[in-house]
Design a protein around this ligand. Structure first.
Ligand code: ZN
Length: 206
């Protein structure tokens, strides 16, 4: 799969994914005010991180790699695969360009129709749960090339965008899941949290 990896000569290196309990995940991230080479390099490293993680991610937000900025990367579609005929306009527009980075993404409009699906998060390893979200959202964002895009996004892309934009506001999917999941995974979450706190205070991660 072709990756657009910016102008770096060297292959971009993956970044450490911050886990539940790390305070950066709870911060509201400020917008990117200029698309500099540093922003492009960060996006390239986030894409590599997404692909090289033990569980391949379909989306990643900059706070998850410790950078509080409104930047996300997405890979909800393999561009070698055909786009399904029922794909939303946003999927039609963005899927062929994946993996893609979006800057300052915002939800302009959300459908009143809701949909529940199981979500997971690279920052909350081995935990999954059902989350109810609008079935489709109109998202506005900038591409790395500085192009403004706006489109109605449904399917996995619409869900992933909502999950990643939540990260930029310090919200995690476990804040939105069903009571039953929260009860089932409480102990697991507390264990991940303890580990992250230990790691932040200089302790070694196992
Ligand atoms: Zn996540």
């Amino acid at each position: 799969m072709a990756l657009e990896l910016g102008n770096e000569q060297e292959r971009p290196q993956p970044l450490r994914v911050r886990t539940y309990g790390d305070p950066v995940l709870r911060r509201k991230a400020p917008p990117v005010d200029e698309i500099t080479q540093a922003v492009r390099d960060l996006a390239a490293r986030m894409i590599v991180t997404m692909y090289e993680n033990e569980i391949r991610g379909v989306g990643l937000a900059a706070p998850q790699v410790g950078v509080s900025l409104r930047l996300i990367t997405l890979a909800t579609h393999d561009p070698d695969e055909p786009i399904p005929p029922n794909a939303s306009p946003g999927e039609r527009m963005l899927s062929p360009r994946m993996p893609i980075a979006l800057i300052n993404p915002e939800i302009v409009k959300a459908s009143s129709a809701m949909e529940e699906a199981v979500e997971g998060c690279l920052s909350i390893p081995e935990v999954q749960g059902g989350v109810c979200r609008p079935a489709s959202v109109v998202v506005k964002a900038l591409t790395l090339g500085g192009q403004t895009i706006q489109a109605e996004c449904g399917g996995l892309l619409g869900r992933c965008l909502q999950h990643e934009i939540d990260h930029l506001d310090g919200i995690l999917f476990v804040d939105r899941w069903r009571e039953v999941d929260s009860m089932a995974h409480g102990t697991q979450l507390r264990a991940i949290e303890k580990k992250a706190i230990r790691s932040a205070s200089g302790g070694r991660r196992s």
